[in-house]
Design a protein around this ligand. Sequence first.
Ligand code: SF4
Length: 471
Amino acid sequence: MHLPDYKEARTRDKREYKRVEYSFSDDIKNKYIGKKFHLKTYGCQMNEHDSENIEALLIALGFSKVDDYLDADLVLLNTCSIRENAHNKAFGMLGRLKHRKQEKKDLIVGLCGCMAQEASVVEEIMRDYKFVNFVFGTHNMYQLPEIIDRAIEENKQQIEVYSREGDLVEGLPVVRANNYKAYVNIIYGCNKFCTYCIVPYTRGMERSREKEDILKEVDELIKDGYKEITLLGQNVNAYGKDLYDDYTLGDLLEEIALKDIPRVRFMTSHPWDFTDRMIEVIGKYKNIMPSVHLPVQSGSSRILKLMGRRYTKESYLELFNKIKEVVPGVSISTDIIVGFPGETEEDFLETLDLVNKCKYDNAFTFIFSKREGTPACKLDDPVSLKEKEERLQRLNEVVNKYFLENNKKLEGKVVPVLVEGVSDKKNMYFGYSDTNKLINFESDREIEVGSIVNVEITSAKTWSLDGREVK
Ligand code: SF4
């Protein structure tokens, strides 16, 4: 049994970790043929991609996938702990599984992902959720087959959570969600320790994958006909800093852009590590999509300091304007937190002022959520929830105004769209443009999902645009 430990998780030392190649143990291969699994994924793109590996490991064990947890012999929750409501959703599902297990006694229940890295969560599961058969963390996903096999064979709760990241495991099997756009991890973890954020404790130290492994994975995806690749990391801009002297995300992006891949994206960026080299490369290559996610979190330099973001409103605006200047037609989206402990009306007006200057194409806006174990969790927080909700509403009115204003600028323009689906109405399709906008469009021909087509924008809405295909 290995239990999570925050003190250990907070450690950032120059410890060695090596690259290891994964191999599935033949002893348990296909051992559970005939059994069915249901995998529920919460949270970010990193979790979605981890679930693609988890699915492949379960299939190698012999399980087959079902979409309804009521049809499953094994249910696994891949959880998120970024905000309280993600927590509540996972515990809500555990509540339903408790009832289900009273009907189906041999149901196997497991939990993994970021919540598994939280000591208080694991203590609660061991105390109040004894029906949960196994828990494993974000650093040892590759041990899933052995942990499940032991949980079933020994019929004893298995808790295997490591708070220090282990070796970099390459070669994990993967079942990708589709055959046209793919996630590629390039760096794991985060060393930024923003005072409100739990990720450095749940995802560990920044560790870059070797560029040869990334480029090999990209080549395989290109060979398999993928149209779009998104380079993933909690903080992709730090790529290579722990591995190479002079090879960074800008260099990696350029090597990939020189390959025969129509679309390259990357997320998530921290303004702190956004280099001129990166901006130059994004502006230079047509197949690097002109859409940048640049979380600002607050427009008040005083609050940014309390958040530990290490940039000011002014330096953020400077970076923002530089990207707008160098990258033609770039769309920029962001994340904003309102109600950080101690945020005054003046601080909030600074955020509105920044939004009026940036006129974002998209923004994910949240009320501050206290995360146990983070420094911000201990700060005085005099502002009422009601006032925070009012601020969130005022902010959303402003950001939504600019979404529509920016979308309206595309009316009459022709944009390239990667088709992701057919809507129920005849000859109606949807997909995302190069600037990552949702486009619903009509066509007078049958279009294959995964194709890239040109669409003339006919009308703009706040969160999407309408159009028709043009040849
Ligand atoms: S950079 Fe992002 S993931 Fe890292 S600590 Fe800050 S908010 Fe969290």
